[in-house]
Write a protein that binds this ligand. Structure first.
Ligand SMILES: [Cu+2]
Length: 288
């Protein structure tokens, strides 16, 4: 088995074990460490790359520590009273130049591959355009008739009235909805100051800059509710413009699109009905 395959399997296992009991991802959870569970091929790659770096860093730290301990013991003034007078050692000098270069090359290969895969958007199924505002997000679905809506955080006092998955500082009044496994081209811009559209589980973070149209992409490979937050300090309510993405089966997405073309703010009823129908499903019931 190739080393990269082992790394990917390890990363998938970590992602799976962290997420096995939750379909609502991006909320604070007690005792969690590391990244949020992965839900996209890009995040899988980030996981694998992160694991590779951890192994390399651990090996280097261990080697330097061992070298230090050995040097302190071996060249102690009792064991080694007369210091040697040489000032060059060709072998050691070549080694400490070549080995770090090799390590950097080993890191560079998956790093460049990841950068390339993040940057080059595969053929997209459809596009969503988002505009960051102080302090909420406007979403447009240009490939589905061009309907648009503004998604704002639900304030604490109204959380109790929200039909599903009400989480403080994360739940929005109108979430973004995408079908599972669809390749989505995400266009990001802003109307006033710089914002940043982020979903950690999808491995994406893209600045929204006034007067510029940035692009990124994601493919959500599992159903659920995913949260992110604006990641560019944008003013006094920067912490209160969350991002909420619902990944649902294609037919639920199609129903939602038809409803949203009529009334984007009322289309949330489609999601409510969908989660109600799943209430008996142990896995998705936790979304409520
Ligand atoms: Cu912002």
């Amino acid at each position: 088995m190739r080393f990269s395959t082992v790394l990917a399997a390890l990363a998938a296992f970590i992602a799976f074990s962290a997420a096995a009991s939750a379909t609502v991802i991006g909320i604070p959870t007690d005792g969690d460490l590391g990244f949020q569970p992965s839900a996209s091929p890009i995040m899988d790659q980030i996981y694998g790359f992160h694991t590779l770096l951890l192994i390399i860093i651990f090996a280097i730290s261990l080697f330097v520590l061992a070298l230090l301990v050995w040097a302190m013991w071996r060249y102690d003034h009792k064991r080694h009273p007369e210091p040697k007078k040489f000032s060059h050692n060709m072998t050691v000098e070549v080694l400490w130049t070549v080995v770090p270069i090799l390590i950097l090359v080993i890191i560079a290969v998956p790093s460049f591959r990841l950068l390339y895969d993040q940057d080059v958007i595969p053929e997209a199924d459809f596009t969503i355009k988002t505009t960051g505002n102080q302090w909420n997000w406007t979403y447009e679905y240009p490939d589905h008739g061009g309907f648009e809506f503004v998604s704002s955080m639900v304030d604490d006092e109204f959380l109790g009235e929200h039909p599903f998955a009400a989480h403080r500082n994360l739940t929005t009044d109108v979430p973004v909805v995408v079908p599972v496994d669809a390749v989505v081209r995400m266009q990001v811009t802003a109307s006033d100051v710089i914002h940043s559209w982020t979903i950690p589980s999808f491995g994406i973070k893209m600045d929204g800059i006034p007067g510029r149209l940035n692009e990124t992409w994601f493919q959500a490979t599992r159903e659920g509710i995913f949260y992110g937050q604006c990641s560019e300090i944008c003013g006094i309510r920067h912490a209160f413009m969350p991002i909420e993405v619902h990944v649902v089966p294609q037919e639920i997405f199609d129903t939602w699109v038809v409803a949203a073309q009529g009334d984007p703010y009322g289309a949330i009823d489609v999601l409510t009905a969908y989660y109600d129908s799943l209430r008996g499903d142990a896995q998705l019931a936790s979304a409520r």
